[in-house]
Design a protein. Sequence first.
Length: 374
Amino acid sequence: MASRLAGLDSNERNKLYKRAAMLRKTTRRPDRSSVAVDDFDDDAPVFRKKPAASLQDLVLRLLEQELIEPEAPGTTQTEGTVVWLGRQSCRVQTAEGEWECEISGNLARDQQTSLAVGDVAVVRSSGDNRVVRSVHPRRTRLSRPDPDNTHIERVIVANVDLVVITVSVKTPPLHPRLIDRFMVAIQKGGAQAALCVNKLDLLTDPEERKTELGKLVPYAAAGLMIVECSTVNREGMQRLRNLIAGKVCAFVGHSGVGKSSILNALRPELEIETKSVSEGYGRGRHTTTASSLYDLGEGTRLIDTPGIRSFGLWQMSAAEVGWYFPEFEPLLDGCKFRDCSHVHEPGCGVKRALEAGDLSGHRYETYLRLLKEA
Ligand code: GDP
Ligand code: ZN
């Protein structure tokens, strides 16, 4: 490999070093690095054990991974962001515009794992023929097991800074359980989580408003950023704008909660098709069938995702589940055992807080459920 590197022309070699430097930056987790590095990046097992590998090592590994096979005459290589993904093709935003691309055989075989909206893709072009050949290791990801085959990872979005879990207070009614699951998966994938509570205009009765919004108190206690809004009376929209400014954000949640409407309210010129309430959350037609990335400029990019009804946990050990309940953290000093599972152990800080009413019973119950699944 070293001699192959030496044989490259200086331009190619420089490009390779640049890419390796970027890789080194992007494969470092923003936080909890001691926790998840080992489990996090399936794409690049070579980077897993030594996230701080030397630049030279990374360059050689990139060569090995054939990210830069010698180019055939007449072909060029360009990088860009995957903004839409279909069955056999995808659209990639490059510096030269948005390109419709084919997906190379090795990526197409397990497309739902290997390619996702938000990925940085390497495109080989030869005339009008454009093929995505490889994908850079992901900075963050949001994954779940394939509902039909739980051994297969489905990557919903890649490289987002923030995942906005979107719920509505009515039509469809608020189901906090899905929020818990999303929170765990988002943290595991390395992105930040926030909660957007939409359709506040439908809560006209003050008592009802208090009851419904009361369901969110445990999430605020867990440190989740919460924005309450309505695309109808526009309340909360400025707060939402402030939240997403300059970030790559994905909006996830049940169908019909108003994800597309929110994106339109944030930037009307997007003109994303929305659906009527009746077909929005029944068994009706789904308008959003694939994720799409919209560039709002100034570093803000939004990804609209299809509605998700259920959410399993991807490759989660029982010990790991507790790490993703941030409100447990200050209670752990009260646990007698370092590896306390907070289920049956005596002297458990988490259970003590639960009994004292300082920890939400709903959240603890979710924790127990997720432990059983892990
Ligand atoms: P998505 O499936 O999450 O993308 O949901 P849509 O954006 O397609 O919206 C589903 C339905 O909810 C549509 O009929 C919207 O008009 C309606 N809707 C969206 N936001 C609001 C809101 O703030 N208040 C009310 N009352 N309805 C809304
Ligand atoms: Zn404990």
